[in-house]
Design a protein around this ligand. Structure first.
Ligand SMILES: [Mg+2]
Length: 356
């Protein structure tokens, strides 16, 4: 085992939605700003650090937050704007490395192993990144750097807001055993409770359980927990640019004028697209129908639904409506395709409990 260590950087924007609101409206600076769903069943998406003093937390019901913080400024989320700022952040990040993996709108990993050299230390790179985000966008980010992803994520969380923490390979054993297990990304209250029942509060104590015992308790995730407890995480940073659209198309074996037959294909395509959105935790705002006639002439029809959708029924109904705006049925059709685009995403995957 003589591999040279990796340097993984995790960047996490501080109170992102709330900070963007303050950026766009400086009069809000210093106030408890709470971005939240404002309906009866709405929940808090993001809270400024001033609001956190009132014990406001993400995912808390908005009604509860209103009780805790009577003078809070409650704002509806503006996802479009947050995505715009997010693109700026990731554009800066991509100047540091080709290997950037977004985790959500405000969080991502970056493998900077190849950038670290005798002249450029990880600290300097992180300082430079933070400074550029501050100067070019006007927001603060917390950065963690470590030899792997899970330690980098822990590190970025240790000194929030505006933090910078580096965990070097030789420091892992000093720092990790005393860390409360709840600090491990993906461990939520339920897992924490289960572990507490085993008398385990610290990462070091987690090492008492064998891989088999952990897998028995937590299924497949138990194996990962076993490795995390020892500071091991070999997951690579997977560079990808988020998909902009998904589509399905099908060429009929024989050209068809049968609208029912076309609608059946649309139905299948809608189901498949909805499944794809669910897996990727995305919503779409736009449906596109593509029709190629027997003479190979192709038309597309598009409809935008502002609220966003991720269900097969909406996709199908919209596509079926668009079908009426083509000559299908009057002319023979060779191919039919359905697509979804303008993806809203980013259900905050980072906040999910991996182990539950
Ligand atoms: Mg964040």
């Amino acid at each position: 085992m003589n591999e040279s260590p990796r340097w993984i950087l995790h960047v996490d924007m501080d109170a992102f939605y709330a900070s963007v609101e303050v950026l766009d409206n400086p009069a809000l600076r210093g106030k408890p700003v709470i971005v939240a769903g404002l309906s009866a069943r709405g929940v808090v998406c993001s809270a400024s650090y001033e609001a956190r003093k009132f014990r406001i937390r993400a995912a808390m019901p908005t009604q509860q937050a209103r009780v805790l913080c009577k003078h809070g400024v409650f704002l509806r989320p503006r996802m479009e704007r947050y995505r715009q700022v997010s693109r700026q952040v990731f554009a800066i990040l991509r100047e540091f490395s080709d290997c950037v993996e977004p985790v959500s709108v405000d969080e991502g990993y970056c493998d900077i192993t190849n950038r670290v050299s005798q002249t450029e230390s990880p600290e300097e790179l992180a300082q430079c990144l933070k400074q550029r985000i501050r100067e070019e966008i006007g927001l603060t980010a917390s950065v963690g750097i470590a030899p792997n992803k899970f330690l980098a994520k822990i590190a970025s969380d240790l000194q929030k807001p505006d933090g910078l923490v580096i965990i070097r390979p030789e420091e892992i054993e000093i720092f990790l055993p005393d860390l409360p297990v709840g600090r491990i990304p993906g461990i939520g209250p339920v897992t924490q409770h289960k572990l507490q029942q085993q008398g385990i509060k610290k990462v070091g104590e987690l090492r008492r359980l064998s891989r088999e015992e952990l897998e028995h308790l937590f299924g497949k995730a138990g194996g990962r927990l076993y490795e995390f407890a020892r500071g091991i995480d070999n997951r690579p940073v997977v560079a990808h640019r988020p998909a902009k659209s998904f589509s399905r198309e099908e060429t009929f074996e024989t050209d068809t004028g049968d609208l029912e037959r076309i609608r059946r294909v649309l139905r299948v395509q809608s189901e498949s697209l909805a499944q794809c959105l669910a897996v990727k935790r995305l919503r779409a705002q736009c449906v596109t129908l593509k029709i190629k006639y027997a003479d190979f002439r192709q038309v597309t029809r598009q409809r935008r639904l502002d609220d966003g959708f991720d269900d097969a029924e909406t996709i199908f109904q919209t596509a079926a409506l668009l079908l009426k705006r083509t000559e299908a049925g009057r002319r023979l059709v060779r191919l039919v395709g359905t697509g979804v685009s303008e993806l809203l995403g980013e259900t905050p995957a980072g906040q999910m409990e991996l182990f539950e």
